[in-house]
Design a protein around this ligand. Structure first.
Ligand code: GFB
Length: 313
């Protein structure tokens, strides 16, 4: 990418898209194209066709997606499948029709089978059954990744994909019904501290293991891949470190300064027992993460405190 290349960041107001935009601005890319959801509905083919024909971006970061935590994924599978499929079909097909030089498609580590050998290597994709709580989202993301490969094969495009582990950071969703675990626990512990409640409810058994990557690291990896990776196979993006949900809760409790008890609600699902990415391919390419989890949670808590009133979180 040249500093004056026209770069479209799809999903620039979300957790990942906003971090990619910050990263590109910091690196002084000067021709960045964005559209709000009101200006451009990415599920609408007519609107997306018109946008690409008018703007003709040279590079596309496809970070727009309908995302959510375990509860939202299992309650609204039709939405997760339909919206994500529509967004990626419209954007990827238009990237081809309008001669985009390179596109980066973003997926998720939930594309791997529920009982995948750990850590999960790129080649384990489609080697077993998916985790039921996020099957619809995973299937949409797998078809996006495959769509990029098929277009490369049939049309000679340069569309690459990356699969990040669980992400967190500034601009995350703190709504307790639809958020992921990390922002949910920041909010739950903070509210319990303010209300001097004696306990906080943690969904599931606390035993599942998760790997967390700070979103600014994720954005940096995306820009790195856009500049230096060409290949059919997707690339995992993670830290190689995991911890249990119980240990995560204890860490967030300490950071927030809450002194009550943890109560585990076994009526809520655990989801994948373990979800650790093998990110050795990315480290061989020359990229590694930098943000330590504790520091990253402190930054995210600071952001939450600064934004919750403004955004009514
Ligand atoms: O982050 P999370 O919603 O998503 O949940 P997944 C991770 C674990 O934390 C699960 C537990 O075992 C939850 O039961 N957990 C404990 C909580 N307390 C809470 C809470 O208050 N809120 C939430 N949300 N979880 C999602 C997938 O899976 O991860 C998506 O559904 C996507 O498809 C995303 O891949 C990255 O890691 O289980």
């Amino acid at each position: 990418m040249e500093k004056n290349s026209k770069i479209y960041v799809a999903g620039h107001s979300g957790l990942v898209g906003s971090a990619i935009l910050r990263n590109l601005e910091k690196k002084r890319f000067e021709s960045l194209v964005i559209r709000t959801r009101q200006e451009l509905d990415l599920t609408n083919q007519v609107q997306v066709d018109a946008f690409f024909a008018e703007e003709k971006p040279e590079y596309v970061f496809l970070a727009a997606a309908h995302v959510g935590g375990i509860q939202a994924n299992s309650t609204y599978p039709a939405d997760f499948f339909f919206i994500n499929s529509m967004i990626q079909n419209n954007v990827i097909n238009n990237a081809y029709k309008n001669d985009v030089k390179k596109l980066l498609f973003l997926g998720s580590s939930c594309i791997y089978p529920k009982l995948c050998p750990q850590p999960m290597k790129e080649e384990y994709l489609l080697s077993g059954y998916l985790e039921p709580t996020n099957e619809a989202y995973a299937l949409a993301k797998i078809s996006g990744l495959k769509m990029c490969q098929y277009y490369n094969k049939q049309h000679g495009t340069n569309f690459i994909s990356c699969m990040p582990t669980n992400l967190y950071g500034p601009n995350d969703n703190f709504d307790l019904d639809s958020s992921h675990v990390l922002p949910a626990l920041i909010r739950k512990f903070h509210e319990a501290k303010m209300a001097t409640e004696t306990s906080v409810e943690i969904w599931g058994s606390g035993a599942p293991l998760r790997e967390f990557l700070y979103v600014d690291d994720m954005a940096d990896a995306c820009v790195f891949l856009m500049e230096s990776y060409m290949g059919q196979e997707h690339v995992n993006i993670g830290t190689g470190k995991e911890l249990s949900i119980k240990d995560l809760a204890i860490l967030i409790k300490k950071i927030v300064g809450y002194h009550g008890e943890l109560v585990f609600d076994s009526t809520k699902p655990d989801g994948m027992p373990r979800k650790l990415l093998d990110s050795s391919k990315l480290s061989k390419l020359g990229w590694t993460f930098s943000q330590d989890l504790e520091e990253g949670i402190k930054e995210t808590y600071k952001w939450y405190m600064g934004n919750k009133v403004k955004r009514q979180l």
